[in-house]
Design a protein around this ligand. Sequence first.
Ligand code: 5CA
Ligand code: ZN
Length: 423
Amino acid sequence: MHSWPQPDVPALSGDCVELQLFDTADQCVRPVRPAATAGMYVCGITPYDSTHLGHAATYVAFDLIHRQLLDNGHAVVYVQNVTDVDDPLFERAARDNVDWRELGDDQTTLFRSDMEALRVIPPRDFVSVSESVDEVIAVVQQLLDKGAAYVVDDPEHPDIYAPIDATGHFGYVSGYSPEHMRTFFAERGGDPERSGKHHPLDALIWRAARDGEPSWEAPFGAGRPGWHIECSAIANNRLKGIFDIQGGGSDLAFPHHEFSAAHYESLTDSERMAGHYVHAGMISLDGVKMSKSLGNLVFVHKLTAAGHEPAAIRLGIYSSHYRGDRDWSEGVLARAEQRLAHYRAAVAATTDEAAAKQLVQQLRERLADDLDTPGALRAADAWASTHGTDDAVDSSSPLKDAELSAAGEHVRTAFDALLGVRL
Ligand code: 5CA
Ligand code: ZN
């Protein structure tokens, strides 16, 4: 499916700093070190309801990674899926009496416009499950042929599962204990009670056709893809040899990323699918996790419709570290809007090139250190306090090039290139 328009990402002068990221599997921060072309896969939305600020914060975190990789001189192959074949989507479509394809298309369109507004660099390949079922069928067939998948003993619904012992190293991505695995498997779309499975944690890779559900013909019987296999197939078919980063929110570490990796590794007899497994924390609103059931959702399109700039939304997200569970509130946004005005006033006033270069270097260092955005903003705050002006400036919209000194222009370019923020 088509992606969204590419924002302008200006080239930034000065010395780049090698990106280091926390890897969930190894539980440490270490350099990413891709080849000339880096590969990144980030799990996409399930398009049955509007994208909320939690989703947006996660995609903005990976956009920061994308931007640091570009600044490090790499080309980036960025791949993202859209889970448009899934139970919640079918349930919502049935409830609202609309076709599931139409619901998925409409919500994906809204997502694209939110991402475009936030100046998120689009994936090169934006791939829906419904357009990649053939890829999943090929992988399921290979797993069956290899003995790394089995059909449950249920003639009515002969679903296909991958056993958790298909590799000898299952569990390395999340590092969860068996108790944790059981809890999260049940909470996050797993079916531990399904009769006929060899182990309660074995993962569904092909769901045999049911009445009233969409299904596709396959050599092993009509049905539809399981969740983890879809991302495994879509990612690995596009990132062969360059799978540097597998990403998503922390709720995806187990079982989703664990099984996506295990499926690929059992198929290829390899040890490790991705170089880094990177996970963003969950966003809450006023201290309560944003969730559809509570209805405490903040939507990007509502904020922008109310006149809040996407640049301020970005700065609000950056005020805390991407890996922590983070709170959003009106106060966070208000402080971000003050910051934006403060930075614009300083960029408009400054003529100190040495200080501008020093700030840009600090921004690069902080961001290269596992995306330390709070540290980057602290450096910018200090710089703006020294170089800014108390004069009132019109800071409600991006500044114009012609008004800026070389120093101001350099800082503005850095905010745009590294942070996706137009000052
Ligand atoms: N389609 C699957 C991935 S293949 C999925 O998880 N879709 S989703 O729409 O539920 O979530 C999309 C992304 O947003 C995932 O990376 C998820 O971890 C992240 N996400 C969901 N809720 C939040 C939240 N409250 N805060 C931060 N990230 C979130
Ligand atoms: Zn996924």
